[in-house]
Design a protein around this ligand. Sequence first.
Ligand code: ATP
Ligand code: MG
Length: 385
Amino acid sequence: MKIAVISPDTHHLSNIQDILAKANKPYSIVGIIGGVQQIVAVVEQEQPDLLMLEGQDFSPADLQTLNRITSRFPELGMVLLCPPQPTEHLLEIMRAGVREVLSTPLDSNTLIKAVERFQQRFSLARMPVNQCKVLAFIPCKGGSGATFLATNIAYALAALENKRVALFDLNLQFGEASLFVHDSPPTTSIADVARQIQRLDGTFLASSMIPVLPNFGVLAAPEEPEQALEVKLEHIKLLFQVAMQHYDFVIIDIPRALNAISIYVLDLADLILPVLQQTLPSVRDAKRMSKSFHALNYPDEKIRMIINRYEKNADITLSDIEETLNMKMFKAVPNDYAVVNKSVNHGIPVVKLEPRRPVTKMLQEIAHELSHGVDQRSLFKKLFS
Ligand SMILES: Nc1ncnc2c1ncn2[C@@H]1O[C@H](COP(=O)(O)OP(=O)(O)OP(=O)(O)O)[C@@H](O)[C@H]1O
Ligand SMILES: [Mg+2]
């Protein structure tokens, strides 16, 4: 951290520099003889993180200059060192954007503590932002298995890959995603979050979701379809803004309809995973959907089509589909009526219910690849060549 100290008095300046040097911290310190008028030059030349300005008195003109400086360099920390000030003057100093005022003559401990407080805020602000991935699952045709895959892959990411996962059911009118991984109906939904949007932060979001696992929550669709009307695009935007700071994966189950909300989510998604089956109507709809994605200017790498209920010997083969859609499929999830039906009927994810079945193994593989960023296409080739 770089600290610039400005003071009109040589003796005071070296005193402050000495105290900072004795703190035994890796601070880089520059000292300048001067006052308010020197600040801009010092900031532009030295680019300090923290500026300490020492002086006897700060006139209204000085405060105006300080105000301009704190607005122009909002990242710069500013500490004023001056004799004790009356409360009204302190308030004016604060209004000029100065967050800390220390009284002189200086007590070295107070000075070091103030710098440490700034250092803490400074480190927090520079912590790498959470690298959240947004995955949107969308059925090419109704009943393709998008909800089954979204919920079960979300569960696998949390249970097996140790990721913090949030799943949002954006089938606002008839969504039931939570029931795929949880055995009782939800008590809160996305409509409750929309109604209290001003309270939304990480804690409120977590408490509004069904805690399937300590690191996996589902934000359910509203119980009553008419409540869906309460959820607006503005709410969804805030929901993502908050969620992306707290989770490694935000998984979205979205309906087929293209509307303002679904397009917002598709734009935002790192990957879109359309789900289709080996039937002509499904492939036809997949073709239409991929045309829409083209029209929306999504790059091919953003789309990862999944064939669900895959049967090797079906009339329409994998290569038929790839040829028709002119696109490699990301994965093929085996058909397993007995296991999937049991899982869906009991609200128990297949990873927990039947970990050894081929359908489960494929979901584990998908979760693993999504969390490790392996080149999915080459792996797919290996599996089906
Ligand atoms: N791999 C599979 N093997 C066998 N059955 C499956 C498989 N995947 C899904 N199913 C069955 O298909 C049904 C429909 O799946 P799901 O509700 O996930 O589809 P969807 O694409 O979300 O449909 P909707 O358009 O209603 O949102 C599920 O109830 C499940 O029983
Ligand atoms: Mg669904």
